[in-house]
Design a protein around this ligand. Structure first.
Ligand SMILES: Cc1cc2nc3c(=O)[nH]c(=O)nc-3n(C[C@H](O)[C@H](O)[C@H](O)COP(=O)(O)OP(=O)(O)OC[C@H]3O[C@@H](n4cnc5c(N)ncnc54)[C@H](O)[C@@H]3O)c2cc1C
Length: 303
């Protein structure tokens, strides 16, 4: 029920306008989003770095409808990359290909992606690519394959919930791909994705072992205690030390666990969303965990 309301809320432009223009809502969103400006994201990354945690800067916004939107996203990412290098921060950037024009003009998207990858390489900053809904998966894999040939440090997010994922990874195996394994944040039809939590977890575990065998420097993007424990055991089975893989968290979630893992010698990186398009991101996080909705509503009510 709560989920259905949130799916409706995410799609309602009227509600979006009312929430995003409300100063109290904007302040409450700060728990999960660093802010609307790059400067705020850089400050969040610096604060995490001081706790020995790396950052992943993510400019919010997806699915641009014209190329000027894509050009704007490229400029914002280039500014972020430059600032990370200038300030000597330990941070990557994570991009969404739909933000670079993937569904508007594929050639332009390729050019935009290469521009970001070249700039990042020149400045020693690493780039990660988010995975979006299942309609974009085949093309995202194909763009990643080309990008990884020239920029092998690029990391791709892969969703454990999708039925196709084991075969997709097999096809990428010759590249020894750098992967961020996540459960998958999008509502997908039963033909495309496992729907049960148990099944998604089982596939996540299978893919964790696979990545220690066939991937490079795997990253596990999850807050799930059982999957984190599984990854540590899988690493030990594969003879890998804590410096050979990393855990990734979303900003503002399980901060206790982030620190605990760092204190135990693990590498941890936190995904830091910033930008004015924070509303769909926030509703996705609330759908995952209704307690966050309660937190948000309490903040709105001033309690
Ligand atoms: C760094 C990172 C990058 C990601 N990139 C992508 C991507 O590119 N594409 C994509 O589809 N998905 C991405 N995701 C989202 C991912 O697919 C899941 O939707 C999200 O991580 C929730 O799943 P979970 O593994 O944490 O497990 P869950 O079963 O959702 O949660 C396990 C436990 O974690 C805690 N928790 C989880 N979510 C929250 C929350 N919102 N608030 C508070 N506590 C919470 C709770 O204790 C919960 O019991 C990313 C996630 C991370 C961490």
């Amino acid at each position: 029920m709560v989920n259905r309301v949130l799916v409706w809320a995410a799609a309602s432009p009227r509600l979006q306008r009312q929430v995003t223009e409300n100063p109290i809502a904007r302040r409450a969103a700060h728990r999960f989003v660093a802010g609307e400006r790059l400067e705020e994201a850089l400050e969040a990354a610096a604060a995490l770095n001081s706790r020995r945690i790396g950052g992943i800067l993510d400019l919010l916004g997806e699915g641009v409808t014209d190329l000027s939107g894509a050009t704007h996203a490229v400029e914002e990412y280039e500014d972020a990359i430059q600032a990370i290098a200038d300030r000597g921060l330990d941070s990557t950037v994570s991009i969404k290909l739909s933000q670079l024009g993937q569904t508007v003009d594929r050639d332009a998207c390729v050019a935009n992606l290469n521009e970001i990858l070249d700039r990042a390489k020149a400045l020693g900053v690493r780039v990660e690519v988010d995975m979006e809904d299942s309609s974009l998966v085949p093309d995202t894999l194909s763009l990643f394959r080309d990008a990884a040939a020239t920029h092998p440090q690029t990391r791709l997010a892969i969703q454990a919930a999708l039925r196709r994922t084991p075969l997709d990874l097999e096809a990428l195996a010759p590249l020894k791909p750098r992967i961020r394994l996540v459960k998958g944040a999008y509502a997908e039809p039963v033909e495309a994705a496992q729907q049960g939590k148990k099944e998604v977890r089982a596939q996540f575990m299978y893919l964790t072992d696979w990545l220690f065998q066939h991937g490079s420097d795997p990253a596990f993007g999850t807050h799930d205690d059982e999957l984190i424990a599984y990854a540590r055991q899988a690493a030990a089975r594969a003879g890998r030390g804590p410096e050979e893989f990393e855990f990734q968290f979303l900003y503002g979630i399980r901060r206790d666990l982030q620190q605990q893992l760092v204190d135990q010698g693990h590498r941890v990186r936190v995904y830091i969303p910033f930008g004015s398009a924070w509303y769909p991101y926030l509703t996705r996080r609330m759908a995952e965990r209704p307690a966050n909705l309660l937190f948000f509503l309490r903040a709105l009510a001033g309690r």
